[in-house]
Design a protein around this ligand. Structure first.
Ligand SMILES: C[S@@+](CC[C@H](N)C(=O)[O-])C[C@H]1O[C@@H](n2cnc3c(N)ncnc32)[C@H](O)[C@@H]1O
Ligand SMILES: [Zn+2]
Length: 276
């Protein structure tokens, strides 16, 4: 069922939460109403081909806990670095579970995700964007924080030749459709993964100001023990003139593969005021 509309002007995706929940995008071009009872949308300007983009959200019912990849401990750690009323942006937001930080700190949350079907409507996000983060956001707003958990080119990629006692669970299988071409979650660790991630880092530059911080959360449990995916991300972020300010290890309690499955969180601050 179609229930979201993407604004061709500001890029924001909006949806109506309940019957009389009327919403406008940030620039006022598109509107939605009707919740799940009746879906209604309006717009002033369509895109260049005279169309308006609609998306399907929450297409498969899944329990929140099985969607979310951030544990409460990780969320609490992230929240401990945020200040009241700051803006945070997750360019690979999945369900949007980063919004749970709001239980600990009142902040403004912006998210982008390439597969709209992942989006869980229960999470309270200020602004959703749909599409690949290899493409820059339609706003060059400088965020206080950019916080994300990238796929790590591991057993969950489409091409992973792997089975787990709980079954194969690639993103593709969980979503029950092919992922978009630029989705890093399709890719095993390798040159394509790296090139795509580099494009994402490049696109993020326009949203980095002199006070922006970055929080990277990443699983360190690749099939190939020789992979240096964590090092790769650390280097990309340092190249954007950031340095590690804080670091923590977590037991992976959400999607563990074995007992020593861990997740790492790195908090970065700018190492230089210069533009990136
Ligand atoms: C490890 S998951 C993040 C999950 C999220 N923390 C949550 O709790 O749901 C990585 C997400 O990045 C998304 N992704 C991968 N490539 C992307 C791209 N090029 N642009 C935007 N999102 C992308 C995937 O679809 C996936 O949802
Ligand atoms: Zn708009």
């Amino acid at each position: 069922m179609v229930n979201g509309v993407v604004c061709s002007e500001c890029g924001e995706m909006i949806f109506s939460r309940y019957r009389h929940d009327f919403r406008l995008c940030g620039c006022g071009n598109v509107s939605v109403d009707g919740g799940n009872d009746y879906f209604k949308y309006g717009y002033t300007k369509a895109n260049s081909s005279g169309e308006i983009t609609t998306v399907e959200l929450d297409t498969k019912y899944r329990e929140l806990s099985s969607l979310t990849t951030l544990s409460n401990e990780e969320i609490k750690y992230v929240a401990s670095h945020l200040k009241y009323d700051q803006t945070i942006y997750d360019p690979m937001a999945g369900t949007g579970s980063i919004a749970v930080v709001r239980q600990h700190k009142s902040v403004n949350v912006f998210c982008k995700e390439i597969e709209p079907e992942w989006i869980c409507k229960d999470y309270d996000i200020d602004r959703w964007y749909i599409g690949s983060s290899t493409e820059p956001l339609q706003t060059d707003e400088k965020f206080d924080w950019i916080i994300f958990e990238p796929p790590n080119g591991d057993r969950k990629s489409d091409h992973a030749n792997f089975s787990h006692s709980r079954g194969r669970h690639t993103y593709q299988e969980a979503l029950d459709k092919d992922l978009h071409e630029n989705n890093v979650a399709r890719m095993n660790w390798g040159p394509t993964y790296r090139t795509t991630m580099q494009k994402i880092y490049k696109s993020l530059k326009q949203n980095i100001g002199s006070n922006t911080g970055i929080i990277l959360i990443i699983q360190d449990n690749l099939l190939s023990k020789n992979s240096d995916v964590v090092e790769f991300h650390l280097e990309q972020i340092k190249d954007l003139r950031f340095e590690v300010e804080d670091f923590k290890r977590f037991n992976n309690t959400i999607t563990p593969f074995n007992n020593d499955d861990i997740k790492l969180a790195y908090v970065f601050k700018r190492s230089s005021d210069e533009d990136v």
